[in-house]
Design a protein around this ligand. Structure first.
Ligand code: NAD
Length: 484
């Protein structure tokens, strides 16, 4: 007979079995069941039934049918749908934040900002659409921007709800219909998003969600000739496979991939602001952020001061329960991610980097769950593995430089080019440095955001842009009609 404890445990576990296809919650055709593990204690909190190729094809067929009408909607109609989506997702900000905290250990103070940023994507797309001329004519020529067709939106786990909102806002603004393949590790967030889509009451088939594995649902989206475009957020390796496999059906692709972002601390920086800013950039989302500023470039003349300031400031970067608003760094998402971070810390030490703060193993008092020590390496050379590869955890590399030119050279000496940052008192100089960094975004004097500003990478960080007008353009084709 089951004990009371076992029964309570079973009742606590959520069960998710549906996708959202053609305007309805639909039981999964796929039968594989996956456990969702709570990263703070390693226990099962949900069981999700994953979709298969058949679920995906049904969703694609629904999106294809819906596109016939939706692809011809006016700007005003699309703006109305964006407002409905905005309203529906705004109403669930608490639930989405709670799901992020629960299923991947996102720290609540950051998770809420992330969800808000997703919500902001809808009005940003509305504004972008309003300002984007969809028709231009001269003489006997008319040029129109047309929705590309059915779009497959594939997201990473680390800010799943944000990525869904971003991609959805751009696609709907452009007049595309979509099949969303969220990260299978984010099923609780996805469940809330399913309910948001239903509440928004868009025309049947415009937005569909199928939860499933990348090599099953994702691969079908990439392969299927009825899907015209893939917008992907995730790792370089999967991005490359999407580009390769998508070529067979001439897919348009937007790839939002990894990063190894530099933060250049200039020699005139006020350390009492610059060092906390650099640490926030490094440890955002517990370091599990594509934009994390994981290489801090420091002038040799100020290195000792900066090291002292880092040691002091790191006391504020407390590890703990992600649901506690005081916590700055939560657990890693999974056992794999925990092992990955540990192996990079060992590699850094083996290559000669020196641990200033943190190091290998779990923080004291955290025996369960996937907690790691926020770690700062000094004496790092930019060609070390820890300075070149994306760790996706709370590990910061401090690299010393002699001159401004050398700092810029080191910043750009990376295969990535997603995000970067410049910290300094002389704004003209900071701008001059920013203009020489090969990255899709450079922030000056601290992390900041603008939902109209494009987001995306140079080099291996991918291509295409998201947010506002730039995001919508990525879902459009250009057609010219000429009269003789
Ligand atoms: P991932 O590449 O493993 O998975 C991303 C998504 O792709 C998931 O939904 C997964 O199921 C799917 N997928 C896997 N194999 C596939 C296939 N063969 N075909 C189609 N889809 C497939 O990445 P992840 O571990 O979820 O996320 C971490 C990575 O994402 C990091 O590299 C990080 O830098 C990157 N990222 C980039 C951005 C950005 O905006 N540039 C934002 C967040 C995360």
């Amino acid at each position: 007979m089951a004990t009371m404890e076992a029964i309570t445990e079973r009742n606590r576990i959520k069960t998710i079995t549906t996708h959202y296809i053609d305007g309805a919650f639909v039981e999964s055709h796929g039968r594989e069941v996956m456990d969702i593990i709570k990263p703070t204690n390693g226990k099962v909190i949900a069981r999700v039934t994953l979709g298969d190729e058949e679920d995906t094809r049904r969703a694609i067929a629904a999106a294809k049918r819906a596109f016939v009408t939706f692809g011809r909607t006016t700007k005003e109609e699309r703006a109305g749908y964006l407002r409905r989506l905005h309203e529906a997702v705004s109403a669930r900000i608490d639930d989405l934040t709670a799901a992020m905290v629960e299923e991947y250990g996102g720290v609540v103070r950051f998770a809420r900002l992330i969800v808000q940023s997703g919500i902001d994507a809808f009005p940003a797309a509305e504004k972008g659409l309003d300002e984007l001329p969809l028709t231009r004519s001269w003489g006997k020529t008319t040029v129109t921007l047309e929705p590309v067709g059915v779009a497959g939106l594939i997201t990473a786990w680390n800010a799943n709800a944000l990525f869904i909102c971003l991609k959805l806002a751009s696609a709907v603004g452009a007049g595309c219909t979509v099949v969303i393949k969220p990260s299978e590790l984010s099923s609780l967030q996805t469940q809330v998003m399913l309910e948001c889509l239903d509440a928004a009451k868009l025309p049947q088939g415009v937005c569909n969600i199928v939860t499933g594995r990348g090599n099953v649902v994702g691969a079908e989206l990439v392969r299927n000739p009825d899907v015209a475009k893939i917008s992907f957020t995730g790792s370089v390796a999967v991005g490359q496979s999407i580009m390769r496999d998508g070529a067979a059906t001439m897919k348009r692709v937007t790839l939002e991939l990894g990063g190894k972002s530099p933060t250049i601390l200039l020699d005139d920086a006020a350390l009492e602001q610059a060092v906390p800013s650099a640490l926030v950039l490094a440890f955002m989302n517990s370091g599990q952020a594509c934009a994390a500023g994981t290489r801090l470039l420091v002038p040799k003349s100020r290195l000792d001061e900066v090291k002292r300031a880092i040691r002091d400031e790191m006391r504020a970067f407390t590890v703990g329960d992600p649901a506690d608003p005081k916590t700055a760094v939560g657990p890693m998402v999974s056992q794999n991610q925990y092992e990955r971070v540990q192996s990079y810390i060992r590699k850094g030490i083996a290559e000669g980097a020196e641990v200033l703060v943190g190091g290998e193993g779990r923080p004291a008092g955290f025996e369960a769950g996937y907690f790691v020590k926020p770690t700062v390496f000094v004496n790092v050379k930019n060609d070390m593995t820890v300075a070149q590869e994306e760790i996706f955890g709370p590990v910061l590399c401090v690299i010393a430089y002699d001159s401004e030119d050398e700092a810029i050279r080191i910043a750009n000496d990376s295969k990535y080019g997603l995000h970067s940052s410049v910290l300094g008192s002389d704004l003209q100089r900071a701008r001059r440095v920013a203009s020489q960094i090969r990255a899709g975004r450079v922030v000056i004097n601290g992390m900041t955001d603008d939902p109209q500003a494009p987001w995306g990478g140079f080099k291996y960080s991918g291509f295409g842009r998201e947010y506002g007008q730039y995001g919508i353009e990525a879902f459009l084709e250009t057609r010219a009609i000429l009269e003789s």
